[in-house]
Structures are given as structure tokens and as C-alpha cells.
Design a protein around this ligand. Sequence first.
Ligand SMILES: Cc1cc2nc3c(=O)[nH]c(=O)nc-3n(C[C@H](O)[C@H](O)[C@H](O)COP(=O)(O)OP(=O)(O)OC[C@H]3O[C@@H](n4cnc5c(N)ncnc54)[C@H](O)[C@@H]3O)c2cc1C
Length: 556
Amino acid sequence: MTAERRLPLILLVSEEHADLLADEFGRYRRDYDVQAVRSVAEAKSTLDAVRRAGGQVPLIVAESVLPDAHVLEAFALWRAAVPTARRMVVAHVTRFMDDAPGLRAGLAKGKYDAYLLMPRGVRDEEFHTAVTELLSDWGSTVADPEVDTVRIVTPTTDALSLAIRDFVDRMGMPARTYHPDSEVGRAVLSRVAGEVRFPVVEAMNRGPVCAGSVHDVAISIYGTPADIDVDTVVDLAIVGGGPAGLAAAVYAASEGLNTVVLEAEAIGGQAGTSSMIRNYLGFPRGISGMRLAQRARNQAIRFGARFFTGWPVTGLDPGTGGAPHVVRTDGGSVLARAVVVASGVSYRKLRVDPLERLVGMGVFYGAAMTAAREMEGLDVYVVGGGNSAGQAAVHLSRFAASVTILVRRPGLTETMSRYLVDEIAYNPRITVEPCSEVVDGGGDGRLEWLTVRSTVTGEEARRPAGGLFLLLGAEPLCEWLPPAVARDDRGFVLTGRDVPRESWADGLPPGNLATTVPGVFAAGDIRAGSMKRVAAASGEGASVVPLVHAWLEPGA
Ligand SMILES: Cc1cc2nc3c(=O)[nH]c(=O)nc-3n(C[C@H](O)[C@H](O)[C@H](O)COP(=O)(O)OP(=O)(O)OC[C@H]3O[C@@H](n4cnc5c(N)ncnc54)[C@H](O)[C@@H]3O)c2cc1C
């Protein structure tokens, strides 16, 4: 085999059952280099050799008991060599129940990805589904996929090319970047009509475009809302393609409603930026937010929903007297009999690049409840001085060895409720560091350290850190909504009984998830009082559909 066509390695590590595993993984030999070794040390030297040669390692499968180290220590060692490899522990039937209690805690903390019973016969498809899921998860994150759907041709990897790559990745389209002098680059450029401006982007079935923005690429692939016939009135326009909007699209389209989704960026919303959602029902091994969103979008498309991606909604003119609502974008308007507002929130960013790259891997925006268990025994930091930061710190202190709250202000009293300030003061595991800010951080595959700077002296200190929770506030994305849609003082959309009594019609509050404008509904994080979780947002997206039906066909 030549160096260029080296197959990615699946490494099997087992002293007693190496042959059995090698046999079981035989079905992968066409696409992967399957190797079995018998010790942790042997595995380490194999991984080092592959890494030195520039090879890839998608998966390491280790037996629950290894001869020369505990399996979790072994994974920590291998992780340093190949941080992106997916990690699976397999236990022989004679050990499965005995080993489980000791190993499950490591699984909950993300020390490895799957714990499975070693197959005991042929065609154990449950086992191989788990293997395939891990390989597929790895495949969706490799820099250079074998097969590309989108080709980006550029002489330099500038910010725009990276933003385009991020967009197409999030849309689930395998992409590669080519130099203009490469064979593929030259072929793409030969198809450009007129002057070439980089980056040039060519998606399968579409001609190449000289992209001046991500938006140009989105239009070339997904079209514009103006593509809808001007006289068409759709049943439902959904603003936002996060979990709430996607769920509304799946349920509405599956129930026969003519449904259009308008999404400002790539689909997936905040969830799409989460590298691993581990608490979503039905995904025991977790799922990346991006892949969850892609699946939901495909599901909605199968039922007939139409997506316009890369089109921020700029305004909503409520229809009165039976006239449709007009949902405006810069690329044309959509006339809709009902509208679901699912535009979510945007978390204020820390703007420290090395830490943004570790989001989901020890660095979390507003996800303290979800990730707290992974923090057992670690030193963690919370940035923010509001009640959500205080609550996160208290919750984290149940698991972490220490919790440090970093705030730029001289203290918490101005921004946090008294009861929380007191609770924090009495909690021996929580320390508050006023006048301080995070300026740097890093780690090998996940957060390991932070640099904290004093805003008074400018002094910087590098500290070990197992977790960083950023609770800098979430802003609702609804500046495009008209005043007729009532919002709370922070801008979140009011629905149902949360609507102030003076806005009720005939002494009755709007229906659950209904706003103050008849026929306009809200679901997910944008809604005042929402839970700010994927399952809650998708639940609301589903729940809003019967209300839309009732609005479209009163008395039906
Ligand atoms: C990094 C991260 C990790 C997370 N991890 C978890 C987790 O593990 N488990 C969990 O349960 N929750 C998690 N959450 C929270 C969860 O992602 C959110 O609660 C959920 O995504 C909310 O869904 P939504 O559809 O209401 O809004 P969003 O996900 O915010 O989606 C809203 C969408 O609307 C679009 N939009 C905004 N304005 C417009 C406009 N004017 N026109 C058109 N489109 C617009 C946005 O681009 C976005 O795609 C995480 C959040 C983040 C940020």
C-alpha cells in the first residue's frame, strides 16, 4: 500500500481476546487498517508510529481489563497521542457485569465513548451499529473527507474560506479546500464564467461561484425565498432552524402543512455548535448537535418542508382580517397563514479564540447542569456575575473539587440576588475572584489550563482548570419582531398566561405558545420562561403544531 492511500487505523487492544476481536472487525478491513495488539505499551507504540507517519486513527477498542494498565489510564495515555480517535471499551461476557460499575462513571465523564458487551456470535448488529456510529461521527469531523460535495478553491486559508467551510460542514456537506494550482482547483476555475475572485466555491450540481460572503454560497446552494411563487401563501413559516424550528418543521410537514423554514445561518442553532449532546433522549452514546440538526432537516425535507438557509428574517408584518402574515427577508418575502418564531438566543461570547475552540470539551456556554457530572474532582471556573452564574457555581460545587467565580466587577452584590451571594459565601468549595478576567487557555483535546488576569494590577496567572462555564448572559434574537408581539423586559417573547392581562383578548390569555398576535406562535429558547435545553425546544416545536392546526382550521 502506498503512503498516499494508507487506510485509517482501527486499533484493537486485548490480551485475552485479541483474536476474537480481530475476527469480529474483519468486516471493516476493506476501508480500515484493522490491527490487534495485546498490551497498552504495544498500543502506544503503534499509535506513535501511525502519528509519525501522518496516518489517521478513527477508533480504539480496548478490552475492559488490560495487562499493563487500567483501561481508563490507557485511554488517557492514548488520547495524548491521538486526541480525535473515538474510544470504545468492550467487556467479555464473564466480566461485563463486574466491570460495569467501575467503568460507567468514566463513560459519564466522557473519558471514553461507549461501553459494550463483546459479541458472542456472528451478526451482532447492535454492536456494529455502535461501531459504525462512532466511525461515522469521526468521519464527519475529519479535515479532508474522501468524497467531497463542496470544493473550495483558494490560494490562502483566510477568514472567509474558513467561515464558508464551517457553514457547509454544519449543513452536513463534505467539503475540501484546494489550491488553485491543484488538478481539482484548475478544473473548478476552468468552469468560472468571467473574472476569478477567491474563494471560488463549487457545490455538486451547481456551477462555481466567486463567493464574497457565506451568504453567496448559501444562495447558490439553497436558493432564495423569492423562488416561491409570489402569489403562494404557505400554511406555516418557521423563523429559525434550531431544535425548536426543526421539530416544528418535521411535525407540521408530516401533518400535511405547506411549511417553509427561514434560517439566518446554518441549521442547528446553538445545538448545532455543541460538539456532543449527551442528554438528548434516545442517543445513549450522545450525538453531535450538528448531526442531530442534519438528520432533523433531512426528516423535515422528506415530509415536504422547504428550507431557505442563509436568510435572516428582517421583519414581520402581521396579517389582519384574514390576510396572511408577511415574513420579510432581503431575498424576498414569504406569505404565511401562521408563523412560528423559533429564533432562539445568542450567548454573549468570551472572545478568547483558543477557548472558543474548546467549546464542548471542558468549555461550556450556559450548560452547567448538563456538564456538571463530568467535573467530579476537578477545579472549575465560572465566568459571570448574574444569577445564572451563581446557580451554576452552586450546582457545580456538588461535583467539582473547587469552583472559582471570576467577575470583572469588584463583587457580586450588584448583579446577583442576595440569597445566592449568601449561599456562595457559606459554600467552602466556592471562591469569588473579583476584578479578574480570563485571557487565555488551552489543553490537549480538552481544557486543561487557563490564564486569569487581574483587571486592577494586570498581573496574569496560569492555572490548571478542568472546566470553564461561561454565563455571560443570553440575548434573544428578535429585534426583527414588530411591537405587536409582546416581549418581557429582556426581550424574550411572551406567550400564553405570561402575556400581561391588559393584552388578553375578551378576558382570556392567548393559548399556550401563542403570542399577542393571532396566528403567530413562539417555541424554544426565544420564549420567555423556556427551559433552554434541546429536548425542551424540540418538544415546544412539536407542541406548537396542533395550535397552528387549530388556528388554520378553527373548529375542525
Ligand atoms: C455550546 C452549547 C452547548 C449546548 N449543549 C446542550 C446540551 O448538551 N444539552 C441541551 O439540552 N442543551 C444544550 N444547549 C442548549 C440548546 O442548544 C438550546 O436550548 C437549543 O438549541 C434551543 O433551541 P432553539 O431552536 O429554541 O434555538 P436556537 O438553537 O438558538 O436556534 C435558533 C435559530 O434561529 C436562527 N435565527 C435567529 N434569528 C433569526 C432570524 N432573524 N431569521 C432567521 N433565523 C434566525 C439562528 O441562526 C438559529 O439557528 C447548548 C447550547 C450551547 C450554545
